[in-house]
Write a protein that binds this ligand. Structure first.
Ligand SMILES: NC(=O)c1ccc[n+]([C@@H]2O[C@H](COP(=O)([O-])OP(=O)(O)OC[C@H]3O[C@@H](n4cnc5c(N)ncnc54)[C@H](OP(=O)(O)O)[C@@H]3O)[C@@H](O)[C@H]2O)c1
Length: 278
C-alpha cells in the first residue's frame, strides 16, 4: 500500500482509493469537543476487571450513551441495561479479537470511545520478578501477549469502526512503571517492559492515525493506584500512597477523556491529565 502524498490523508491501495474526503460538508474533522457528550455515544470497554467495570458503570450513567459493548473473557458482566452487549474474547487469541470485532460491526456502524483496560501483572503462572534471575522467556511472552500485543490487534480489528465523520477516542491503560525515564526502583521486569513496548506501539499508531484517522485520538493513560485484583497483593495496610477505588478512578479518567482532542493523540497521561515521561 502506498501513501499518495495528499494533504487530505488519502491512502491508495491499487484499485481502491480510501480517501478521507467525503465531499463538501462531509469532510472528516479533527477530534474536538467533549467525546463523552457525543450524541448517540457508542462505546467499547475492553476488559471487565475493576477499572473496566467501573468505567462501564460510569458510562451507563450518561443519557447520551446509545450502546456499550464490554469485551471480556469470562462472561461476567453485572449489568442488565439493554444498552449493554457482552462479547467474549481472549487477549492471547488474536482470532478471537477478530471474531469479537465482527460481532460488534454487526450491531453498530461506528465507535466513538474505545477503552482498553486489559492488563496482567501476576497470575497463577507468574509473579512480578524482583530479580533478573526470575525473568523467563515464558513470563516475558505472556506479559507481552496481554499487555502489549493486544493493543495493535484491537486497533487493527476495530480500525474501520473508529474511522467515521464523528470524533473518536481510543484510550489504552498503561502504567507509570512502564515509563523508562521514571524507572528508579527496578524489578517487575516483564510488566515494565511490556507496558513500555505498549507505549511505543501506541505512539507509533498515533503517527499513522494523523493521516488515516484524522477524526480520532489515541492516548495511553496511567490510572493511578487503584484497588483491584491486579494491585491487591502489593497494597499492604501500611501502603504509603493514595489508593483510589475503581469508581473514583473511573471519575478521574472520564474527567480527562472530556478534555482530549486531536492534539492529545500519542500522549501518555496520568489520571490527573498530567504527562507521564516516556
Ligand atoms: N490497579 C492499579 O493500581 C493499576 C495501576 C497502573 C496500571 N493499571 C492498569 O490498569 C488496567 C486495569 O487494571 P485493573 O486494576 O482493573 O486490574 P484487574 O481488575 O485485574 O483487570 C484486568 C483485566 O484484564 C483482563 N485480562 C487479563 N488477561 C486477559 C486475557 N488473556 N484475555 C482477556 N482479558 C484478560 C482480566 O480478565 P480476567 O478477569 O478474565 O482475568 C481483567 O478483566 C491494566 O492495564 C493495568 O495494568 C492498574
Amino acid at each position: 500500500m502506498a501513501r499518495d502524498g495528499s494533504r487530505d490523508g488519502c491512502w491508495s491501495s491499487g484499485r481502491r482509493n480510501r480517501c478521507l474526503r467525503r465531499g463538501a460538508g462531509q469532510q472528516r474533522v479533527a477530534m474536538a469537543g467533549d467525546i463523552l457528550k457525543q450524541e448517540g455515544l457508542s462505546a467499547v470497554v475492553v476488559g471487565n476487571g475493576s477499572i473496566g467495570l467501573a468505567l462501564a458503570a460510569n458510562l451507563l450513567q450518561r443519557e447520551n450513551l446509545n450502546s456499550l459493548v464490554i469485551l471480556n473473557r469470562n462472561g461476567d458482566v453485572p449489568f442488565s441495561d439493554p444498552r449493554v452487549a457482552n462479547v467474549k474474547f481472549d487477549a492471547e487469541a488474536p482470532e478471537s479479537i477478530a471474531a469479537a470485532a465482527k460481532v460488534v460491526r454487526s450491531s453498530v456502524d461506528r465507535v466513538h470511545l474505545m477503552i482498553n483496560t486489559v492488563g496482567m501483572l501476576h497470575n497463577q503462572q507468574q509473579q512480578p520478578e524482583k530479580r533478573l534471575s526470575r525473568v523467563s522467556p515464558e513470563n516475558l511472552q505472556r506479559s507481552f501477549a496481554v499487555n502489549t500485543m493486544l493493543l495493535p490487534v484491537l486497533v487493527q480489528e476495530f480500525s474501520s469502526l473508529l474511522r467515521h465523520l464523528d470524533s473518536a477516542l481510543f484510550v489504552s491503560l498503561s502504567a507509570r512503571v512502564g515509563s523508562i525515564e521514571d524507572n528508579r526502583l527496578g524489578g517487575w521486569y516483564s510488566y515494565r517492559a511490556s507496558k513500555a513496548a505498549h507505549n511505543m506501539l501506541l505512539r507509533t499508531i498515533a503517527q499513522e492515525w494523523r493521516l488515516s484517522h484524522r477524526n480520532a485520538a489515541i492516548v495511553a493513560m496511567h490510572p493511578g493506584t487503584v484497588a483491584s485484583r491486579l494491585s491487591e497483593p502489593f497494597i499492604s495496610s501500611g501502603y504509603q500512597h493514595t489508593v483510589h477505588t475503581p469508581s473514583e478512578c473511573a471519575d478521574h479518567l472520564a474527567a480527562v477523556f472530556s478534555t482530549l482532542t486531536s492534539e492529545s493523540s500519542g500522549s501518555f497521561l496520568d489520571w490527573r491529565g498530567q504527562p507521564v515521561p516516556w
